[in-house]
Design a protein around this ligand. Structure first.
Ligand SMILES: O=C(O)CCC(=O)C(=O)O
Ligand SMILES: [Fe+2]
Length: 374
């Protein structure tokens, strides 16, 4: 009997200690798992294209009911949890696949010396595992995350789009990233328009500041090496808790790992395992599992500020993998941003401002400096 009890306790202890690092295989869905909404914006994109081509009148074309509904779902998603799985986004599958295939080749088929030769300054170029501790980028505009972590178990290559002439060691990678970059920027024009409509603003409200090139548009190839047989260091994650610093972030995920902090009931918080609890009372992390064909889109700090807090820039992270599938993970993460000198302040129409004015560039520069691992 004592022996059985001891075995049980040992098994429980093993489970408890491994859950500090890994999510249990086949864990039941969390209480708010369903809250990462899926929105198909395809009909809106098609309507917009048709209006551009065929609308013969001065003045705005009336928005069909189907598109009104998309606008509503868009607004609801970003008010509630700041994340959305977007279908019908218009970024071609083959463009995503090519960027993913050649991006993976960069991390898996090149030598460390060739990758090091792609290191850049500031928020650009290659960084190996250990160079970034994103959780150190600090509290969000509304004082969200206070969780501190050791450097992330991730490496990255950050590409700046058309103006970026990095000499990359994988033939065709530059072009593949440019194509992906351009397609995502087109999708982002639509996201900004949906945002303006959802807030009952002029549809082109955000457009002007996004014209032309800007280093605030950054494509991060995020490569999380295999952790098979390599448990992470104490408190280490693939990518620590953080919010994104720009406007919308567009993520092509290839496998699970991304988790979002959402509000939950006091009961759910009390029942949540320690490693699922958020940095604030009554908030918890829920998986944002990739949906086939969808891009994951989330609002960054600057959208939160521009919308005076109506759209939420939520804390998120990339958890360590389950040991049963600890293979490498690659995400294409495109941060979209306006011109660096664009004024960053709540729009006057959205009530008394909750943030003091600054510029987009100053906001991002401060975050990049804070996130460099010491
Ligand atoms: O790897 C991912 O899926 C998301 C990474 C992320 O949150 C980021 O790069 O800001
Ligand atoms: Fe992020």
């Amino acid at each position: 009997m004592r022996c059985c009890a001891a075995a049980l306790l040992a098994a429980q202890a093993a489970r408890a200690s491994s859950s500090a690092y890994f999510h249990p295989a086949g864990a039941p869905p969390g209480p708010r798992e369903e809250t990462i909404p899926v929105v198909n914006i395809g009909p809106y994109i098609r309507w917009r294209e048709a209006v551009d081509k065929y609308w013969p009148h001065d003045g705005d074309a009336p928005l069909p009911d189907e598109c009104e509904l998309i606008v509503k779902k868009w607004g609801d998603a970003f008010r509630a949890c700041g994340f959305c799985q977007v279908l019908g986004h218009g970024v071609p599958d083959d463009v995503i696949a090519k960027a993913r295939e050649l991006g993976r080749a960069f991390f898996e088929t090149t030598t460390a010396a060739a990758r090091d030769a792609c290191a850049g300054d500031g928020g650009r170029g290659y960084k190996g595992v250990g160079a970034v501790a994103v959780a150190a980028s600090g509290v969000t505009a509304d004082g969200a995350s206070t969780i501190k972590r050791p450097p992330d178990y991730a490496s990255e290559f950050v590409f700046l789009g058309d103006g970026d002439d990095a000499q990359l060691p994988v033939p065709g990678l530059n072009d593949a990233l440019r194509d992906y970059f351009r397609a995502c920027r087109r999708a982002n024009e639509c996201f900004l328009e949906l945002t303006a409509r959802a807030l009952h603003l002029e549809p082109s409200t955000f457009a002007g500041d996004f014209e032309g090139e800007s280093w605030l548009n950054r494509l991060r190839l995020a490569y999380y090496p295999s952790q098979a047989g390599k448990p992470p260091g104490t408190r280490q994650l693939r990518y620590g808790e953080h919010t994104d610093w720009q406007c919308f972030t567009i993520v092509a995920q290839d496998k699970q790992g991304l988790e979002v902090e959402v509000p939950c009931s006091a009961e759910a918080y009390a029942e949540a395992p320690e490693d699922r609890r958020g940095s604030r009372e009554n908030s918890m992390f829920v998986p944002c599992t990739p949906v086939p064909g969808a891009l994951t889109v989330n609002a960054g700090d600057q959208i939160q500020i521009l919308t005076n807090g109506l759209f939420r820039s939520c804390v998120h992270r990339v958890a360590n993998p389950d040991p049963s599938d600890a293979t490498a993970r690659l995400s294409l993460v495109l941060f979209t941003g306006p011109r660096p000198d664009a004024r960053l302040a709540p729009l006057a129409a959205l009530g008394p401002p909750k943030w003091a004015p600054t510029t987009s560039g100053d906001h991002v520069r401060a975050k990049i400096a804070a996130a460099a691992a010491e």
